[in-house]
Design a protein around this ligand. Structure first.
Ligand code: HEC
Length: 274
């Protein structure tokens, strides 16, 4: 029993320091290290900063949605972020969706809260054709689909460099090949596929200082916008994370109390035998 309690005590510090367990992407000299950032949703008690996530949705809606789908989300899911039913109805109604009526005819109608987020392109081929050959990926799970995803997307959005302005020295520091060329329609990003012929992304810088004016008046510089949209994308990728953490904490608490109780019982039962 003492062993069990010792195990419980051993688990506690693990709970407090999960950040140290997260993988560091840029180790081994493979491209620049990601920007250091702490997010509200990290750690065993982390939660999504609702205000940031709502602002992040505004950025997705006003900027990213022109190219990126988020097909796993429905408008009504936004109520989890604290938006009212009326606000969600309004957001959905602003979107025109394709549907089929009772007679089997193609129609367009205003969106409803139960509709999935509208896709900007009918299919992947069309998306690629409109974007110089590189289709913008669906963003529903992007934060889970990349190593250290939140920090990666946060860095990527701020990782654009004007290639023409790089000195030969800087180019060498990136490890670029002698015959490196940035083709038309490609942009140089410090965090995208590093390598001799790497760093080429088919997405123009989507955000810059002041790109979106926030409804709530928050300062709209690039780092704030990047953090907000990442908070929204992290929530989208794992909307039940908070429940999961809460359950985990309860289970550990229960086990600690139960272990204590069992120890007390053991002492009582064996008291006369000693
Ligand atoms: C004008 C179209 C366009 C807009 C607007 C846009 N993107 Fe992209 N995005 C792309 C394209 C195209 C790619 C694929 C690039 C490639 O594979 O070279 C991409 C790729 C990405 C990726 C994946 C990178 C990877 O590791 O594969 C992320 C993340 C991303 N975009 C986030 C965003 C966010 C967040 C916004 C809004 C702030 C946004 N994008 C706005 C076109 C766009």
């Amino acid at each position: 029993m003492r062993k069990l309690i010792a195990t419980g005590a051993f688990l506690l510090p693990l709970l407090a320091a999960p950040a140290a367990i997260a993988p560091a992407l840029a180790e081994g000299g493979h491209g620049p290290a990601l920007l250091p950032a702490k997010f509200s949703f990290e750690g065993p008690f982390g939660t999504y900063d609702r205000a940031a996530a709502q602002r992040g949705f505004q950025i997705y809606k006003d900027v990213c949605a022109a190219c990126h789908s988020m097909s796993l989300l429905s408008y009504r899911n936004l109520m989890d972020l604290g938006l009212s039913e009326a606000a969600v109805k309004g957001i959905a109604a602003d979107v025109t969706v394709q549907d089929v009526n009772d007679k089997g005819e193609q129609i367009e109608r205003p969106g409803k809260p139960s509709d999935h987020f509208r896709k900007p392109f009918p299919n992947e081929a069309a998306a690629a054709a409109a974007n110089g050959g590189a289709a913008p990926p669906d963003l529903s799970l992007i934060v889970k689909a990349r190593p250290d995803g939140a920090r990666y997307v946060f860095s990527l959005l701020q990782g654009y460099v004007e290639f023409d302005k790089l000195s030969d020295q800087e180019k060498a520091a990136f490890g670029l090949a002698k015959d490196y060329k940035l083709e038309d329609g490609k942009h140089f990003n410090k965090y995208f596929h590093p390598g001799e012929q790497g760093y080429k992304i088919g997405m123009a810088p989507p955000l810059a200082d002041g790109a979106v004016t926030y409804i709530d008046g928050t300062k709209n510089d690039l780092p704030t916008m990047a953090r907000d949209v990442v908070t929204f994308l992290a929530w989208a990728a794992e909307p039940k994370m908070e429940d999961r953490k809460r359950t985990g904490v309860r289970v550990i608490l229960f086990m600690l109390i139960f272990a204590g109780l069992m120890y007390a019982v053991k002492r009582k039962v064996w008291a006369d035998a000693h």
